[in-house]
Design a protein around this ligand. Structure first.
Ligand code: FNR
Length: 369
């Protein structure tokens, strides 16, 4: 079957994967209200395209933390990619570097930082979960540095795991042939079976619930890598992140897998951007499935976006070729969106190119149905 948009990979992944694996990838927390809202909120943002602009040349390149990439579309960290495909994180890393963009490797990858580095060149970030045992954390950060990772994405929305009911019903655990590779030598690589979600039990046992802003400072004492704070949803926290020395902010609700009934990330983005006052770049992940979504995020002030589920679903369907295809489709759609709205470079994308539902009472009473 010919794939014409990235969302189509979800149904293929569902056919191919064991139920426990697919459900883990697809699910959100509890009622999954936020999961739907992450998509729905994009559909309440419309374009105000500009016409008769020479769009024969479109430049999508940008710079993230000083690294030049081919487009503002990057790969979010998602755990356990070998559950989707035998090549797992290797395939993802190769697809990202072929597309000229950044991959973020999860702490809970089924391939280690060293293994992923060995697949070849590429700009990669490392996503960090902070364990109770800080020696483990310090060691892992050092290994990521040595393996050439360029930034730490510190996940701050997971002091405990959100209730993902499918994982509880399935008694989710890693298949016996897989481990959390980064922790293998540290005796933390195995996830036991539990009488609810095995991952929720693992998190309860190992992840540090005391994590707070002072630890963002602590992290800066053990690494020179820039730190992106992943999981900010409010202006208040955006300001503290900047004060705490973050090099960037990722507006994220963890793909709607943590606290349900938080707003869609695209709805929270603008307040965070305003609070950051241009002092650090602000990125977004959550529900990005179209080139138009990428454009909308940039129009609201994001410096780039990350995709999560489209990577694991395409990986399950077609391995590295699938992930390449996802990145190509999003690139093509985004380029077309720029052309049809009259923007030739990312800096030409402005707030005036869109109208949101929260603008309506102000200036555009008939802009939306
Ligand atoms: C995630 N996410 C995630 N985040 C993180 O910081 N560390 C992790 O290990 C994981 N693992 C993970 C697994 C799976 C299967 C999913 C779907 C998500 C969250 C991820 O980085 C990102 O925030 C969301 O996936 C973005 O939303 P979309 O693109 O999936 O809608």
């Amino acid at each position: 079957m010919e794939i014409t948009n990235v969302s189509e990979y979800e149904a293929i992944a569902k056919q191919k994967l064991p139920k426990m694996a697919f459900d883990y990838y697809a699910s959100g927390a509890e009622d999954q209200w936020t999961l739907q809202e992450n998509r729905n909120a994009f559909s309440r943002i419309l374009f105000r395209p500009r016409i008769l602009i020479d769009v024969s040349k479109i430049d999508m390149t940008t710079t993230v933390l000083g690294f030049k990439i081919s487009m503002p579309i990057m790969l979010a960290p998602t755990a356990f990619q070998k559950m989707a495909h035998p090549e797992g994180e290797y395939a993802t890393a190769r697809a990202a570097s072929a597309a000229g963009t950044i991959m973020t490797l999860s702490s809970w990858a089924t391939s280690s930082v060293e293994e992923v580095a060995s697949t070849g060149p590429g700009i990669r970030f490392f996503q960090l979960y902070v364990y109770k045992d800080r020696h483990v954390v310090a060691q892992l950060v050092r290994r990521a540095e040595r393996a050439g990772f360029k930034a730490i994405a510190l996940t701050v929305d997971t002091p405990r795991l959100g209730r993902r009911e499918a994982d509880i019903k399935n008694r989710f655990t890693l298949p016996p042939f897989l481990t959390l590779k980064n922790f293998e030598g540290l005796d933390l690589g195995k996830m036991d079976k539990a009488d609810d979600s095995g991952l929720a039990s693992y998190v309860a046992g190992q992840i540090d619930r005391t994590l707070s802003w002072k630890d963002v400072k602590w992290l800066q004492t053990i690494t020179t890598l820039p730190i992106l704070v992943k999981g900010v949803l409010t202006a208040e926290d955006a300001r503290i992140a900047v004060q705490s020395g973050a090099a960037g902010i990722i507006v994220s609700n963890h793909g709607a897998r943590q606290l349900d009934y938080v707003p869609a990330t695209i709805s929270a983005l603008e307040e965070v951007v305003k609070a950051a006052e241009g002092r650090v770049p602000v990125f977004l992940d959550g529900g990005v499935r179209r080139g138009t979504d990428v454009f909308k995020a940039l129009a609201l002030g994001a410096s780039g976006i990350f995709i999560g589920r489209p990577v694991v679903f395409s990986l399950a369907a077609e391995g590295e070729a699938g992930v390449r295809k996802v990145l190509q489709i999003l690139r093509d759609e985004f380029e077309l969106t720029m052309a049809l709205s009259g923007c030739r470079s990312l800096k030409e994308i402005t707030r005036d190119h869109i109208v949101t539902d929260w603008d309506i009472p102000r200036t555009h009473p008939r802009a939306l149905p």
